[in-house]
Design a protein around this ligand. Sequence first.
Ligand code: NAD
Length: 556
Amino acid sequence: MLSTRLSLLKHVGRVRCLSAQVHTACANEPMKDYVKGTPERKGVEEALDKLWNSVEEIPCVIGGQNVESEDVRWETSPFDHGHRLSRVHHANKAMLNKAIDAALAARKEWEARPLEERVKIFNKAADLIAGKYRYELLAAGMLVQGKTVWQAEIDIVTELADFYRFHAQYALDLAAWQPLSTEVSSNKFVMRGMEGFVAAVSPFNFAAIGGNLAGTPAMMGNVVLWKPSRSCIQPSYRIFNILREAGVPDGVINFVPSTGPDFGDAITSSPHLAAVNFTGSNATFSGIWKQVAQNLDKYITYPRLVGETGGKNYHLIHKSADIDTVVNCSVRSAFEYGGQKCSACSRLYVPDSMWPTVKEKMLETTKQLKLGPTNDFTSFLSAVIDGKSFDNIKTYLDYAKSNPNVTVLAGGNCDKSKGYFVEPTIVETSDPHDKLMTEEIFGPVVAVYVYPENKYDETIQLVNGTSEYGLTGAIFARDQGVIDTTQSALRDSAGNFYINDKCTGAVVGQQPFGGARGSGTNDKAGAPSYILRWVSPQTVKETHNPITDWRYPHMS
Ligand code: NAD
């Protein structure tokens, strides 16, 4: 097992950033295992201790100044909601308008800096994330977001460091491309930042996404207002401070915890809104899009709307699949981080011939998953993020228990007396269009539909047409012909498609991430194309052959 992982790391550790002009080696940040007795385990344990026994005071930071507000809220731990971890100042509308002014004031100098200088700052931030601040970041993710050490490692450390390093390299590679110059003219392609400010709106479940939503536009010469999710403020604040330490100047990124509606109203009513970089639910993104549309006549430039939203991701099992692979991948994908990944498997299609064995093994495995606090390293999953999410998941559990078409096979219980704990739950439904098969639950709940083995082609159509989303999906089969035809038939159903692997776990630079349909604008963070969303290119032609006659030759 260990040797497989080591060889995998060796294999993935060095990949090539492909560019027509430049071939540069980029490396994914290697992951640590945090095994008991190792220095890294000790480092995290000390950081957990420190953060658990202190309360972080978190101001808004506008133009480099700490700004306090009258609206102060507590950030607590999901697995012990009586335990306060941060005291957070929330920006009101006047403060948000000041943040817009501060961002615009910082723009000219920042945008004019050479790309190489800006990129250096983000590479330094990546080193600080993976080095000096690694353990504190992990501890913040574990305590505030309820992540196990492994889930925190793949989010707030490795993914974030990768985002900055890979995007930095892609930016340099793209800048190396220049248009044709001839004897008649010299031509340049200039990657300008956008005129105005970028609003970065981040979700609770990935601190790395927040760091990327604010950081990558800034890397490309933009100025930013960053509104973190109310349930991921301390990890985001730590990332923000790392960016400042690395050299991001005052005002370039403004850190403004606030309510969603206050932030949405403030940014969409400013004529200077250049772009929204959003990740969260599709309901919220659609709301922002509509507000932008209503204000369209106000803007100096058409705002770019980049949004990665929800998913109802599937594992489709063919009769030729390897059962253990199916079971392990499905259990991990459905239940790690309590199913709170946009890519989590939440609908599973299994042929009737295989289901008895798959069911038995899945139930046996699920029984072994420990639900507990994340500072207990033996926990596989922990509490869900907050009371709102807990209550929402509970409505699905109650529905499942009372619906005659649904059988609860595992879990189904929850308890929020100390933390927001929801048992890993497997439900089987006889209705493939049941809401458990179509709606994003965002908790540790996976719905299974057992299909007649001889109805595989019809089941592919079912998978394709059941949900409004198109984020991730996986096919499990050993028959290559089946893999090929299924992949082709499900082409529109997933922005990230997996073959014999779980539908979670995308790695920056290897599986650029995002989906279409109701899952967003599919701009693929972690790929070179993402960089182009954050520039407003200017083409400059300098002629060497001035026009001396207004007539064209054919006229004489
Ligand atoms: P959410 O939509 O509740 O909140 C996202 C952000 O939007 C938060 O910062 C929130 O405060 C803010 N917000 C809320 N109302 C707003 C408004 N009117 N104007 C401006 N901002 C507003 O989502 P969440 O619960 O934080 O995250 C979970 C969701 O995110 C899930 O649907 C998940 O699938 C999705 N997600 C998608 C991806 C992806 O890459 N596709 C990645 C992570 C999470």
